[in-house]
Ligand binder design. Sequence first.
Ligand code: IMP
Length: 205
Amino acid sequence: MVFVLATNNPNKAREIGALFSCTGIDVLSLADLGLTFTPGEDGNTFVDNAVQKATETAAFLRGRADSADKAYAVLADDSGLIIDALGGLPGVDSALYMGADTPYEVRNAFILKQMQNVPDEGRAARFVCVAACVLPDGEVLTATGTLEGTVARECAGVNGFGYDPLFFLPERGLTLAQLSEGEKNEISHRGKAMREMARKLEGYA
Ligand code: IMP
């Protein structure tokens, strides 16, 4: 069985590849197969979107002439940042918040400005990741991971991607962007969801 990761986001592909590297399951990205495909994500929840991405990518792979003899398991994730003081934004549409092409420096600065008068006790936020896997027989598995934190007073750190520089971990006194990739994977929403998924996939590899 070939495990294919349904993402065109190289940051996610790198993080997820690292997370699966110790499981015995080799995960190939669409790019590794020389393919590009962008599934829809029309749902209102992380679960709906993760399942949609995995299902549509599996159908795309099945429809290719050279796939007839291959059994693909397709792994997808949907993730985002939920900020309580902003009514849950950027939420399910985190990738599109303020426009897909808007640099994260601009998005993060805008969020900090909106939050400048929010006291410490009102700054709770969490990253959520749902992993979905469609097996060759059509069975769908899902796993969810969450990382709790707060919105920092200012951005810090250069590692990671996206909203990492503004996501503060009070117990460490650091933002997610100040952790190494390995440290982030140990605690992250994506790490938790993918480890849970890897456990569910034991025996299928
Ligand atoms: P998706 O590709 O539709 O799942 O959107 C995920 C989006 O959520 C990313 O493009 C980022 O905006 C945000 N996001 C998810 N996980 C992370 C993370 O680990 N760090 C920073 N931003 C993240």
